[in-house]
Design a binder for this molecule. Structure first.
Ligand code: SF4
Length: 281
């Protein structure tokens, strides 16, 4: 809501994200999948946590600075208070471990500080300090090869795209900038296409590209075609499952509403402890 303009767009984005998660393999039987705003307790906790959060710390966060440079005409409180809401969203469910990429690690450290301040001020152990668990791939760069892959920067490869759209995005990916001509040797160590190959391509192909790129044995056009083909192969089962879920919106909505019920039980319990710690009636 800090960036989305219409409620319809927000609803659509929420649905799309839910089917992405489900298609990627999240099993609602094992994991509670829900929409943040379906558990209103998060807003109450956000308010209490904002009382133990210093403004200077929020304005100093690199992600806030990045956001205000991206949308200078809409620097709203939601952007500034986002890390506090995120903290509430984590600790409301007694979360002890959060999987994050490298960029989110400072946010999680910040969340831990907020928890410590709250617990100290109210002399309680009601909130748990969440621990970081780094994801296997620490940072996925976008097609520009510079910033983290992000929809708002339009440097992303959409999981739900068609194979043709995916190939077109890959074709535009930035490679080793020093490699101008086909005959120039390249350096895969600084090439984002190569880092993606390492995730999606078979080991022997990765080895071949690593070798041949350095001697100009393979050109970037061919290398990208190979990557697009491997990526599409990897995404095929995901796309199939996603298309199936897209045609079953009632099932998806049931999963989300069941998830919210289960999440709310945990949230209400936490809020009882929080209110007791603050000694609110
Ligand atoms: Fe990157 Fe592949 Fe081109 Fe080498 S051949 S610079 S790894 S795109």
């Amino acid at each position: 809501m800090t960036t989305v303009e219409t409620t319809q767009e927000l609803k659509q984005n929420t649905f799309e994200m839910a089917i992405d998660w489900l298609a990627a393999g999240i099993r609602p039987e094992d994991s509670i999948l829900f929409v943040q705003s379906h558990v209103p307790e998060v807003l109450e906790l956000h308010t209490y946590l904002s009382m133990v959060t210093q403004m200077g710390k929020l304005t100093d966060l690199p992600t806030f600075k990045e956001k205000i440079s991206q949308q200078p005409d809409n620097v709203n409180y939601g952007l500034l208070g986002y890390p506090v809401l995120m903290t509430a969203d984590i600790v409301l469910y007694k979360t002890d471990v959060v999987p994050v990429g490298i960029d989110q690690a400072p946010h999680l450290e910040f969340a831990r500080e907020i928890v410590r301040s709250f617990n100290y001020r109210y002399n309680t152990k009601a909130l748990i300090e969440p621990q970081v668990k780094h994801t296997e791939i620490l940072k996925v760069l976008g097609t520009d090869g510079k910033a983290k892959m992000s929809k708002s920067l339009n440097n992303h490869i959409e999981l739900a795209s068609t194979p043709e759209e995916t190939a077109a995005r890959v074709k535009d990916m930035v490679t080793d900038p020093a490699r101008i001509k086909r005959t120039d040797p390249g350096n895969p160590d600084i090439c984002n296409v190569f880092s993606m190959h390492k995730i999606f391509s078979p080991a022997d192909e990765v080895e071949m590209i690593n070798r041949e790129c350095r001697t100009a044995g393979i050109g970037c056009v061919d290398c990208k075609k190979r990557f697009a083909a491997n990526l599409n192969l990897n995404l095929e089962p995901f796309r199939k499952k996603r298309a199936e879920l897209e045609s079953r919106p009632d099932y998806v909505n049931d999963v989300l509403s069941d998830g919210a019920k289960r999440a709310r039980v945990i949230a209400q319990k936490t809020m009882e402890e929080v209110r007791e710690a603050i000694q609110l009636p």
